[in-house]
Design a protein around this ligand. Structure first.
Ligand SMILES: O=C(O)CCC(=O)C(=O)O
Length: 254
């Protein structure tokens, strides 16, 4: 699909699916890393409200970090949102057999509604096909234009299911009203979810400090921008007066 039809669909529906962004090798590697992270979290924090949803995935596996430099991911988010966008949150969303998760409430991924202005965009990278049986996300087309959330009844009367394939990339306006489904299949459905925001907004975690030097150095220009390396705040006049190429808060981050 060409960019202008994609943009039109994004504006009208609030969501687009880009087919075949990640191949089998990516999917296998990401799934392995995610399952290891979930197993670790389940041991260490079994009782958290969002159990099973891994936070800060770029710190939990080399490929989950490397995917931030994926050229197609960057191409489409720059085109549909802004070339300067950064990560607000990078998590996962898995549905184990018979279960929903914290994402299964009817919700939006951005609390602010500003008429005709996008502050946050969501990216879902399905690691399994999203099917009716395994809990494909419910969403209300066009609901990103609503200032208030509809009632749950109205939502489920009118909502559609986000049916897509493992390896596709879903991009949605974070004001789109949606809910993860319940997995009626006999295997876990995995996905990575990235919430992007404008570069002048705060991130959920201080990623430039949270990531190790090695993780930051493993990233390319796009990945570094996404984790917030171009919008760091100086803590001294020495940092403020650094030469242009070393500036922590780069110019033009709009
Ligand atoms: O896993 C899903 O189907 C949707 C996830 C979701 O709603 C979220 O992470 O906000």
């Amino acid at each position: 699909m060409d960019l202008s039809s994609l943009q039109q669909q994004f504006d009208q529906q609030g969501v687009v699916v880009i087919p075949q962004v990640l191949d089998k090798a990516w999917l296998n590697a990401l799934q392995q890393e995610l399952e290891a992270a979930i197993a670790e979290d389940t041991q260490q924090r079994p009782d958290v409200f969002d159990a099973g949803m891994v936070h800060n995935c770029m710190t939990r596996g080399k490929q989950m970090c490397a995917v931030l430099d994926h050229p197609l991911l960057n191409h489409y988010i720059k085109a549909l949102f802004t070339p300067h966008c950064i990560i607000y949150a990078y998590q996962s969303s898995s549905l184990t057999p018979g279960q929903g998760n914290y994402g299964s409430r009817v919700h939006v991924d951005c609390p602010r509604w500003i008429d005709n202005y996008i502050t946050n965009v969501g990216v879902i990278l399905p690691l399994n096909d999203f099917t009716l049986q395994n809990g494909a996300t419910w969403y209300l087309p066009g609901s990103h234009r609503l200032a208030e959330l509809p009632s749950e009844t109205l939502f489920y009367q009118q909502a559609k299911r986000l049916l897509c394939q493992a390896g596709d990339m879903v991009i949605f306006n974070a004001r789109l009203v949606h809910a993860a489904g319940v997995n009626q299949d006999n295997y876990t459905r995995h996905a990575l979810t990235i919430n992007l925001c404008r570069p002048y907004m705060r991130q959920r975690f201080d990623f430039p400090r949270l990531l190790t030097r090695q993780q930051i150095d493993s990233l390319g220009e796009d990945g570094r921008r996404l984790v917030g390396m171009n919008v760091r705040m100086p803590v001294s006049l020495d940092e403020f007066y650094l030469p242009p190429e070393q500036r922590l808060y780069k110019p033009g981050q709009e």
